[in-house]
Design a protein around this ligand. Structure first.
Ligand code: URA
Length: 434
């Protein structure tokens, strides 16, 4: 088999076979096929697209390019949740204990990654002492005992995707539905869960800004999961403004814990309860979404989910008193109040701009070697649809460096649009794809 023939075949719009896709993924992973040929193939895929079979073969080939985690020694149906990412998305920190409190084993591998803020792992590390490195045996034992463990992704998970994603990034071939869906699903499948709930975000703070594209991506990923025998459901949700009020690592942990204490923001709570209900459905703990929502809500109201979180933090060496007293989490030296320069209704808090502003403060990584400041971030005081008076606080900027603060303010101001009339309501949940 020659890579040249595969490139030509795809350039002409023909479908690649399973053998051809495995040939290219295996060759690229071990280094026998060079970047320039894979770049050419990616560009051909970008223009000619892949059909469903090709997308499934690509996913499976990438999934098997490295370690595939075996969770079979964990009792029960393991349900994982994945979000395509957004600004202020701290859902996992609250949702995982909710699902675990309802009896779902949650064995989660999470990433760090680049972004406006850190990934779930970075966020959890703002709890002093919290450790995400553990042996496979400890990981499995923790889930069997407490129904919940969150670990950093092993280095050898889907190496083909790591190489391919980096190459797509520099060859303008990221935004192709088959390539995105196979990239995300290969990692999820290799992480070993039996069933998967996907939170596909859409709007200005999301990867998929267009709602129709978000539904297409959701459908593609659900089809892949179901074809390889892992029951998969996707919920398409709003990311046109940040989720909740907090953006920044320790601020987000604080907000997620507040939710479990019954004091969380309504949008975050609604999202956690909806995603939780679908995890419970896939885990066969309930028969309907309605029952699932009631069970998830009861886990919050009874304090059971908070107890699970505390045990989980303790088990992973985190300082439990930081959960009891949230003021002990990392804090900045200074907080600046950003005030409205006119009165009216907030029409826009553009997610990507808020994210960029948080990144400027140091909440995220520009490059994979950047160091995150876990304490900095933005705490919104108002959300879309709220009315503000001139001089009222729009957001609190938590900062450690004045130069960064000034740049962040300049950016953040551009995220807002304030008008005389109230804006149209935008739903949080757009739909469920099964
Ligand atoms: N996230 C991924 O993991 N892969 C993509 O291709 C896009 C987003």
């Amino acid at each position: 088999m020659r890579m040249y023939d595969l490139i030509l075949k795809k350039r002409k719009g023909e479908a690649l076979t399973k053998e051809e896709i495995y040939f290219f993924i295996e060759g690229y992973t071990k280094g026998s096929i060079p970047d320039y040929q894979v770049s050419a193939l990616l560009m051909a895929v970008y223009f000619q697209k892949m059909n469903k079979e090709e997308t499934v073969y690509l996913t499976e080939a990438m999934m098997h390019s490295g370690e595939v985690i075996d969770l079979s020694s964990i009792e029960g149906i393991k349900v994982d949740k994945h979000s395509t990412g957004g600004v202020g998305d701290k859902t996992t920190i609250a949702l995982a204990p909710i699902a675990a409190a309802c009896g779902i084993p949650v064995a989660k591998m999470s990433g760090r990654g680049l972004g406006h803020t850190g990934g779930t792992i970075d966020k959890l590390e703002s709890i002093p002492g919290f450790c995400v490195e553990m042996t496979k045996e400890t990981f499995i034992q923790n889930v069997n005992v407490m129904k919940l463990a969150i670990a950093g992704q092993t280095a050898n998970l889907t190496p083909a995707d790591k190489k391919l994603y980096a190459l797509r990034d520099v060859t303008a071939t990221v935004d192709n539905i088959s390539l995105i869906a196979s990239s995300i699903m290969s990692k999820k499948l290799a992480s070993g869960a039996d069933a998967i709930v996907l939170d596909v975000k859409t709007g200005s703070g999301a990867f998929m800004q267009d709602i129709d594209e978000a539904f297409l991506l959701a459908k593609e990923m659900v089809d892949i999961g179901n074809r390889v025998g892992r029951e998969t459901v996707a919920i398409v949700t709003d990311m046109n403004q940040p989720l909740g009020y907090a953006i920044g690592n320790s601020l987000e942990v604080k907000e997620a814990v507040q939710l479990l204490k019954g004091e969380g923001p309504k949008d975050l709570e609604k999202l956690c309860i909806t995603l939780g209900a679908h995890m419970l459905l896939l885990g066969k703990k309930v028969g309907t979404e309605y029952e699932g929502k009631r069970m998830a809500k009861a886990a919050i109201d009874s304090g059971e989910a908070l107890n699970v979180l505390k045990n989980f933090v303790k088990q992973q060496n985190g300082q439990i008193d930081c959960i009891e007293n949230l003021d002990l989490l990392p804090k900045t030296k200074e907080v600046y109040s950003l005030k409205a320069d006119k009165r009216g209704y907030i029409h826009k808090i553009q997610g990507d701009i808020v994210g960029a502003s948080a990144l400027t403060l140091g909440a995220g990584r520009d490059t994979k070697d950047s160091k995150i400041d876990l304490s900095v971030g933005i705490l919104l005081n108002k959300k879309m649809g709220d009315y503000v008076e001139t001089g009222e606080v729009l957001a609190y900027i938590h900062y450690n460096d004045e130069n960064r603060r000034d740049l962040a303010i300049e950016q953040l101001l551009k995220a807002y649009e304030i008008e005389d009339e109230a804006p149209e309501h935008r739903p949080l949940i757009f739909g469920v794809v099964t």
